[in-house]
Design a protein around this ligand. Structure first.
Ligand code: 5GP
Ligand code: ZN
Length: 115
């Protein structure tokens, strides 16, 4: 979608430090990391929020979870652990209106979900 930063990253119009790609997804390092490992996992298809997902998009979630497991093993955080967060809508503070999951790891995180 035009003017979407993450679509531009998918199309390589904006550079990113990509760490994973398949037919449907990419994962790349967050430009402003809040943990030693901060990776964003996004579908190549532009979907603005989790609430905009249609029935035919639901398989993307399965693929994202498979990618999470692969990335966690590659990054060697499969045993030490990680936090997976998806913001949706104004109260969450979602800034980029293209579905993404934050994969945070590499430090001991507190009990609060907020980062
Ligand atoms: P949100 O608040 O929408 O859940 O998170 C958006 C995330 O995207 C933020 O953590 C922000 O640092 C990251 N981000 C915004 N613009 C860019 C960019 O151009 N490149 C990369 N790699 N990350 C970005
Ligand atoms: Zn987009």
């Amino acid at each position: 979608m035009e003017d979407c930063i993450f679509c531009k990253i998918v199309n390589e119009e904006i550079p990113s430090e990509k760490i994973y790609e398949d037919d449907e997804l990419i994962a790349f390092k967050d430009i402003n990391p809040v943990a030693p490992i901060h990776i964003l996992i996004i579908p190549k298809k532009h979907i603005s929020t989790l609430m905009e997902m249609k029935e035919e998009d639901m398989h993307i979630m399965e693929n994202i979870m498979q990618a999470v497991q692969k990335i966690a093993k590659e990054q060697k955080i499969d045993v030490s652990g990680f936090r997976l967060i998806a913001n949706c809508g104004p109260d969450s503070g979602q800034e980029i209106m293209h579905i993404h999951f934050h994969l945070l790891a590499g430090k001991k995180m507190g009990p609060k979900i907020i980062f």
